[in-house]
Design a protein. Sequence first.
Lengths: 497, 497
Amino acid sequence: MVFEHPKVKELLDKTRVLWALHHAESVLSWDSETYMPRKGVADRSLAMAELAALQQKLLLRDDVVKLVDDLSNNNDLNDYEKGVVRVLSRSIRIMKALPPELVMEMAKTTEEARPYWREAKVKNKFEVFEPYLDKIIELSRKAAEYIGYDEHPYDAALDYYEEGLRKRSVEDMFNYIEPRIRRILDKILSNGLYPSTHELEDVKYDVSAMEKVNKEVLQRLGYPFDRGRLDVSAHPFTIGIGLDDVRITTRYEGKDFKRTLYGTIHEFGHALYDLQIDKSFRMTPIARGASLGIHESQSRFWENIIGRSKPFTEAIYPLLSSHLSFISRYSPEDIYMYVNTVKPSLIRVEADEVTYNLHILLRFKLEVRMMEGDYRARDVAEAWNEEMEELLGVRPKTYSEGVLQDIHWSMGSIGYFPTYTIGNLVSAQIYHNIKKDIPNFHDLINELDFEEVRNYLREKIHKWGATYPPEELLKKSFGEPLNPKYFIDYLEEKYLS
Amino acid sequence: MVFEHPKVKELLDKTRVLWALHHAESVLSWDSETYMPRKGVADRSLAMAELAALQQKLLLRDDVVKLVDDLSNNNDLNDYEKGVVRVLSRSIRIMKALPPELVMEMAKTTEEARPYWREAKVKNKFEVFEPYLDKIIELSRKAAEYIGYDEHPYDAALDYYEEGLRKRSVEDMFNYIEPRIRRILDKILSNGLYPSTHELEDVKYDVSAMEKVNKEVLQRLGYPFDRGRLDVSAHPFTIGIGLDDVRITTRYEGKDFKRTLYGTIHEFGHALYDLQIDKSFRMTPIARGASLGIHESQSRFWENIIGRSKPFTEAIYPLLSSHLSFISRYSPEDIYMYVNTVKPSLIRVEADEVTYNLHILLRFKLEVRMMEGDYRARDVAEAWNEEMEELLGVRPKTYSEGVLQDIHWSMGSIGYFPTYTIGNLVSAQIYHNIKKDIPNFHDLINELDFEEVRNYLREKIHKWGATYPPEELLKKSFGEPLNPKYFIDYLEEKYLS
C-alpha cells in the first residue's frame, strides 16, 4: 500500500471531497471551452466562483489544517505521504493568505473574461478585453501581496505555477540561453540551413480528413480513446478529469496542417503524463503532475524532440498521404523541412523551437512589469509591439496577432508563461538522458514503436505524480537539477550539425 | 423585486452554493451521457457520490435548517418566498431522514449501474444489470423507511418525484382512464380508424440529413441554440444546467425517422419550460419546474398535442421533404398517419398516445411490488412479460425490448414513471384550456407560428418555476386540479370523431 500512515489516511478521507470538487471543476472548464452554449457563461462564471470559494473553505477547515500541520513535522512518512502533505500544505498556505472574496472575484472575473478575450481576438479589438485585463492585473497584484514573497511580487506569481520558481532564476535561465539562441539563429538564417517558410503553409486541407490524421497519429503514439477524447476548442488544451479520463483538444484552421497536427501531438504529451500517473494515487492531491514546467516538458518532448525529428516525419509520411491527397506532391524530406522552418515570427504557438523561448522572454518581461508599479492593460498592449520588434525583429500589425494571441491572461494566469521555457529545457534534458538509456531511441521513433519510450517516461516522471517537487524529481530521475545546457546542445545537434 | 424579505435573502445567500453544486452535477450528468470516455465512469461515480454527500451536508447546516424552520411559520412572505421555503423545507425533510451513507451509496450505485444497464440492454443480458437493480431496489426500500409514509412505502417513492402524489391517487387515476382507454383502443382497432403500422417505419434516413431536420424543426419551435444544444445520447433527455443553458439530446437509429423527430420535439417541450422560467429566480431553489409531472405535460404537449396534430404534420411537410428525399413519395396525410399509428406494442417510448399509459400502468404495478415485501430484480424480469401480455396483449422476446428498455431504474428512479401519465393528463388539460383562450390555436400551428403558444405556456406554467406545488399551480392557472377527463376527451376528439 502506498498510503499506510493512519493520519495520512484520515487526511485523505477528509480531503476526498476536494478531489471531487476539482473533478467537477475540470469537467466544467472543459465544457466551457468546447460545448457550452454561448449564453451559458453567466451562470457558469457564478457557479465556478461559488465552487472556488467552497473549495477554499473546505481546505481551510480546522481539522484539515491541524492534520496537515501535525503531519508536516512527522518523520515517519514515506515519500508518497510526504508528497500529499507537501501539496496540501502549499495549497493551505496560499489559500489561507487569500481572502475568500478575492478568490471568488478572481474565479468570477476570469470566467467572464474568457469569452471577451475571444471576442476581442476575433474582432481585433483590444478594448473589448482591456477592462478585464486591468482587473486581472489588479487582482494578481493584490494576490501577490497577500501571499507574500522574498524579493519581488512576481516571485509569488511564479511560485504559484511552478513550486520554487523565482524571478531571479528565470532571469538566470534567460541570461544563459538568450545569447546562445541568437548565435544559433543567426547561423541558421545566414547559412540558409533550414527554410524560413514552406509552400505547404498555404495548402488547404479537408477538416474531416485531418481529423482522421490526428486520430490515427494519436493511436500510433498510444493515446487510449476509451480513456480520453479529442475535441475542438479555440485554444487547444489537455485536461485531466480523472486518471482514466484525460481529454485533449485541437483546432482546425483549414490550412497549414502542421499546426493542428503538432498541436495534437503536443497535447498528447500532456495527456500521457496524467494517464501514466500511479493508479494508487487516484483521488489524492498527488494524482497530478509535479509542476507545469515538468508537464510542459512532456508535451514538448513529444511535439518537438520526437514529432519534429526526421525519423518521425519519415515514419508518418504514409499515414499523412493516405488521408491528405496533396502530400504525394511532396517528399518525406519536404515534410521534415515544412515542420521545421525557422523564422522569427509573431505567434508563440506557431514559433519554431529556436525562437520559441524569445516569445516567452517577451511575456516574462511584460509580466514582471505588470506585477510592479502601476502598469495597466493599455501599457501592456503598447509595450508588446516594441518588445516584439526588439526581441524578434518583427512587429504585429494587429492586436489579434500580438497581445491578444494567448488565452492565459484572460484566465488570470500571470506567471505561467515561464513554465513553457522550463518545459523546453527539461525536454532537452530528458532527450540527453533517453539517448543514453535507450540507445535505439531514434530507430524506435522511425518504427512508430513507442512502448519503450512511454515506459521510460512513466518510470522517470509520470508515475510519481506530484510526489516530489519539480527540481527534486529531476535530481532523483536524472541525477541533476534543471540544466539549460542540454537545450543548447539539442539545438546545435539538430540545426547546426 | 421578487425576493424582498431579509431572512429569505439571507437564506438564498447561504444556499447559493447548493445551486452551484447542482449546476456542476448537471454538467457532470450531461457529460456522462454524451461525451465521457468509457473508462471515466469509475472516477465519475465516486465524484458524484462525494458531491451528493456534500450537498446533503451543506443543506443540513444548522443555520440553514434554522432559517428555513423560522421562515416556514412566517406569514409575511410573498408567493415566491414561500416557494423557496417550501422547496428547501421539503429537501431538508427528506435529506434529514436519509443517512449520509445511504445518499452516497445511492449516488455511487446509480452512477455505476448506468453503464451496466446500457451493456445489459445492448447484449440482451439481464444478468449484467441484475445485481445493480437488486441493490437499487434494496436502497429504495431503505430510503422509503427512513423518509416515512402514510399508507404504503411506495408513497414515499412517489412523493419524492411528484410532491403530494400517493399510491392511492395513482390507482384512482388508472381506474378512471384504463377502461376508457381500452374502449377507445378497441374502436380504433376494430374499425381500422388509424393504421397499426406504416411502411415509413422501415425507411432508412441519412443521419446528417436528419440532424438538419431536427435542428430546423427546433428552430421553428423556437429553441434558442445560443442557450442550448442538441446532442446524441443512448436515452434522450433534457437537462437544465442554467436558465440560459438548457440542453437536449436525441438519438439516431437510422430508420423510422419519427422516433428521433418526435423525441426531439418532446425534449424541446421540456427545454422550453426551463428556458421560460422567470429570470429573477436565477440561482434559487425555485428556478426549476413545479414537478416532474408538470414538466412531462410540457414535453407531451409539444410532442403529441402539437407535434402529432394534422396542422403540424401538414406544416412541416415541406421542411421534411427538403432534407429527406424519400418524403416526396408520400403525401402530408401519409405523414400524419405514420406519426399516429395505433398499436399495442413493446416499447414505451415508441408507444402511441392511446396505449402509452398502459405501459406506465405496467411499471406502476411492478414498482409497487418492488417497494413491498421481498421482490427482487429477477422477479421483476419475470413478471414483466406476464403483465405486458395481460395489459397490452404483446410479449417481449428479449430483455432488451422488455424489462431493460428504460434507463430509469438504473438511475435509481423508482416512483418516477407515474409522473409520465400525469404529464399526459395535464397536457390534455392544457389543450382544453388553450383552445378556449387561443381560438385560432390550430391555425397558428399550421403556420408554425408558436410565439403566442410559447407565451401562453410561459404565463400559465413556465415563468412560475417551482413557486407553487403542482396541484396548486393547476388550480391557479386553470381553475381546477388535475382532471383525467380531458385526456379521454382529447383521445375521443382526435381518434373517434
